[in-house]
Ligand binder design. Structure first.
Ligand code: SGN
Ligand code: CA
Length: 565
């Protein structure tokens, strides 16, 4: 080699190396596939428990990566959970405290940051924000809650369209179409694949109704909970399978059959809910549906006159599980289609795949359906994360992670600096086995939507691995202390019990500390409450259920009518 050529060679090597490391860095920016279902309880994912249903495809994500057994939400209801995920901030900071008011789009969401950084971004399915998502190159979202059969979609470019078919299949078709035909194959992507299922009114796909209307499921031990041992909040909630679930809308007993049997509707919209969902089917879809449901209805007509209250509760539970789990079957199949696509197209190695839900759900525990409460079934949420090569297969974390942490996790994984006002923590240390870098020992929770459907009182809380300390503050002033280790079914409030005096004082102090850390306090809560009551007053209505006496008390001074409009 000549003397003069050496520096040139070095230069070539240097530039080559820089060029290479840049493109390598670019190539290494991971894709993100964020899969979220609506109201999917961890009890209904076989990676957590196979008592109710097998979900082999969702389980594949846990087999490839990590199963989180202690993941929770900061506020157990749909739109607020989504707002927390997108902003990385608690509800009282991002302003989306309940399902009622639209999301404040001046918030910075993490997809906006990804888009600026050169990621391709797309969202398909349920958002439920009252406005369109910012920071997306492409989106097709359901208006509001969306429908199971022949749903409408709000689209970025074509206005509102109606698509024939079953919602879970359609959302997946849209997702796969974007992956295959619309995205540029060289740039990394951030994809939101958001199912409506298994949200109420739980309508399974035609191909699953024959199987699921026949099945019997094990009852939870607390199906007949009488709420003794807990305060007013549990007693006054309207989530009981027998008392509050719709006979037509939920259990699919047609309004005419209810009339024939003399069954009173459980609310003013019980029968309308049936028409609004089952009534949307085209004749072919309806024929498939009727073939299975008519058999169920005939059996019910025969049995009903001799049913005790206990029989009715048991029947309600089975009917609920048949439909709820039936919708999950289609979610699982469709998640399998997306995973197959990623595999077949060599995308697995550089893609983070997340499966989660906007919150958990009661599957008959405490006699309940729905969510909102801080008890485990709705406070916790499923979380499975795969990132082949980075996250060890078949691994598990019992740490207290939250939906609050997702934004910072994804930003960290993509090498993007997170805004300093985000309130979560990146999960990367847990995902990559550096567990000593994870120090969180308690999380903060705050639920707001009251008075409203299901009538779950406002409450905030601190949760550690061992305890929950909860304050119900409107229209009650009650504290609840749950010993998670000795009372895993959460049946007994031990607040005020001298045996717990020391831990109670310690938790109070810690809770004050968390409220300060996250910037929450009673003035802010009062503001949100006033705003909400003003809204109800202006609309002269509330979205509540049967307990009009309770509402009369709340609204007396404000002259709000408790008649549903
Ligand atoms: C609807 C449901 C409720 C549910 C809320 C919120 N009733 O009002 O049961 O709690 O949505 O759900 S329904 O008869 O209309 O289905 S959320 O997932 O959007 O928060
Ligand atoms: Ca939900």
């Amino acid at each position: 080699m000549s003397k003069t050529s050496l520096p040139i060679l070095l230069l070539i090597l240097l530039f080559g190396a820089v060029g290479c490391s840049q493109s390598q860095e670019k190539a290494e920016r991971p894709n993100i596939v964020f899969i979220m279902s609506d109201d999917h309880a961890y009890q209904a994912i076989s990676a957590y428990s196979d008592k109710l249903i097998e979900t082999p495809n969702i389980d594949r994500i846990a087999k490839m990566g990590m199963l989180f057994t202690n993941a929770s939400v900061t506020n157990s209801i749909c739109a607020p959970s989504r707002a927390t995920i997108l902003t990385g901030k608690h509800s009282h900071i991002n302003g989306k405290v309940d399902n009622h008011f639209p999301f404040d789009t001046t918030n910075v969401t993490f997809p906006q940051i990804f888009q600026k950084e050169g990621y391709q971004t797309a969202m398909f399915g349920k958002l439920h924000f009252g406005n369109n998502p910012k920071g997306f190159d492409q989106f097709k979202i359901l208006p509001g809650q969306g429908k199971y059969y022949n749903p409408d979609f709000i689209t970025k470019d074509e206005g509102t369209i109606q698509v024939e078919g079953y919602v879970t299949d359609i959302i997946t078709d849209m997702t796969l179409n974007w992956l295959e035909n619309e995205r540029k194959k060289d740039d990394p992507f951030l994809l939101f694949y958001l199912h409506k299922a298994p949200h109420r009114e739980w309508l399974p796909a035609g191909r699953h109704v024959a199987e699921f209307t026949q099945r019997t499921f094990p009852e939870p031990p607390t199906l007949f909970d009488d709420y003794s041992g807990r305060g007013r909040a549990a007693h006054e909630a309207e989530m009981n399978l027998l008392e509050d679930m719709h006979w037509a809308g939920d259990s699919k007993i047609p309004p005419a059959v209810m009339d024939q049997l003399g069954i009173e509707p459980n609310s003013g919209w019980d029968k309308a809910a049936f028409e609004g969902e089952v009534g949307r089917m085209n004749p072919e879809q309806r024929a498939v549906w009727d073939e299975s449901y008519n058999k169920m209805i005939e059996k019910f007509k025969e049995a009903y006159p001799n049913m005790t209250e206990e029989d009715k509760m048991k029947w309600r539970y089975q009917r609920y599980m048949q439909d709820y789990l039936g919708t999950i079957k289609a979610v699982d199949e469709n998640v399998g289609r997306v995973l197959d696509y990623l595999e077949a197209n060599d995308l697995m190695d550089n893609t983070i795949i997340v499966y989660t839900s906007d919150q958990g759900f009661y599957l008959g525990e405490h006699g309940w359906f729905d969510k909102r409460f801080i008890y485990d079934e709705s406070f916790k949420t499923p979380l499975l994360v795969a990132w082949p090569g980075k996250v060890a297969p078949d691994s598990r974390s019992d740490e207290m992670v939250q939906n609050l942490d997702f934004a910072q996790t994804f930003l960290a994984a993509a090498g993007i600096q997170a805004p300093s006002d985000m309130q979560g923590e990146s999960l990367l240390p847990l995902l990559t086995g550096e567990t000593d870098k994870w120090t969180r020992d308690a999380v903060y929770y705050h639920y707001y939507e009251y008075p409203s459907v299901h009538m779950v009182k406002r409450h905030y809380a601190i949760v550690t691995k061992e305890y929950k300390l909860v304050h119900y503050y409107f229209d009650a002033d009650e504290w609840e202390l749950i010993d998670r280790i000795n009372d895993p079914m959460e049946l007994k409030n031990v607040y005020g019990d001298p045996a717990y005096a020391e831990i109670q004082a310690e938790l109070h102090e810690k809770l004050d500390g968390l409220r300060e850390k996250y910037g929450d306090n009673s003035e802010i809560s009062q503001q949100y409450l006033n705003e909400y009551l003003d809204y109800l007053q202006e609309n002269n209505s509330y979205a509540g259920g049967k307990n009009t006496e309770l509402l009369d008390k709340i609204f007396k001074d404000r002259k709000i009518s408790t008649e549903k409009q």
